[in-house]
Structure formats: structure tokens, C-alpha cells
Design a protein around this ligand. Structure first.
Ligand code: FES
Length: 142
């Protein structure tokens, strides 16, 4: 192999790796929609349209210490998970596949069950009801 050919092939391999890495990073960094809820209808309400292009939405309200992850199931129902790690009350990060805690590595499934410890208790979850164009998280009925 000539030196020039080697350099050309090496550069193309590097460029391909860089592009692949960039695409992976972008997919890994994709964030979930964030919605601010209001107190209405005996719970925390937000527009159903938040799910227009997503099956998971993070819901925030100033009176809550932690965000809620609302997951839309295949059957069209919704469930809200309190994003507080049950190990030592640290905030959780959400991905398309579940929630994880960066403090000690606990992982939770999208139904709130523990996948990996040290946490042993499932996440606090709340039912979500639907009325017209709004969804309401029933935070008073865990
Ligand atoms: S606080 Fe989450 S794993 Fe320890």
C-alpha cells in the first residue's frame, strides 16, 4: 500500500468513526419534552398535545421537589412516576428505556420497578386521568 493510499484510507476511517460517533451522541443526548403543569381538576394538569411527538414527557411544578415522568402506554393510558430515587432521595434522569440515578447507579423500568440496585423499592407512581384536551396527574392518590 502506498503512503498516499494509506493516508486516504485512514482519513476516511476517521471521518466515518467521527460521523458515527456524532450520530450516536445526538441520539444519546436527545432530551424529553418538558411541560409545566398547573393545579386544576384536583391534580396537576397539562395539555394532551405534549404527547404529539413523544411517548414520554417530563412534567414540572414549582411545588414538587422532583419532576414527574409521564409515560404513555401502547393502549393509550398514561402513568406518572416521581423522579426521586428510592435509595437516598436523589433526582433521576430519564431515557427512552427507563430512569437511572447517577449517585449510586440504580436503574428503574418505565413502570417504576427496580431493574438495578442499590435501590430496592419501586418509584412512587400516580394515576393520570384524561378530560378533553388535558391530562391530570392525581398526585393525591399514589
Ligand atoms: S441515591 Fe439513587 S442509587 Fe443511591
Amino acid at each position: 500500500m502506498q503512503r498516499r493510499e494509506f493516508l486516504r484510507n485512514s482519513c476516511m476511517a476517521c471521518a466515518g468513526s467521527a460521523l458515527g460517533l456524532s450520530a450516536f451522541s445526538l441520539a444519546g443526548c436527545a432530551s424529553l419534552p418538558l411541560v409545566k403543569a398547573t393545579h386544576e381538576n384536583g391534580g396537576l394538569s397539562f395539555p394532551r398535545s405534549a404527547f404529539a411527538e413523544a411517548t414520554q414527557v417530563i412534567v414540572r411544578h414549582p411545588e414538587l421537589s422532583y419532576d414527574l415522568l409521564v409515560v404513555k402506554s401502547a393502549d393509550g393510558t398514561h402513568r406518572a412516576l416521581y423522579m426521586r430515587c428510592t435509595h437516598e432521595d436523589q433526582p433521576l434522569s430519564a431515557t427512552a428505556k427507563g430512569l437511572h440515578c447517577t449517585s449510586h447507579g440504580s436503574r428503574f423500568a418505565l413502570d417504576g420497578t427496580v431493574m438495578t440496585g442499590p435501590a430496592t423499592e419501586p418509584l412512587l407512581s400516580f394515576p393520570v386521568t384524561s378530560a378533553g384536551e388535558f391530562l391530570t396527574i392525581r398526585t393525591n392518590t399514589p
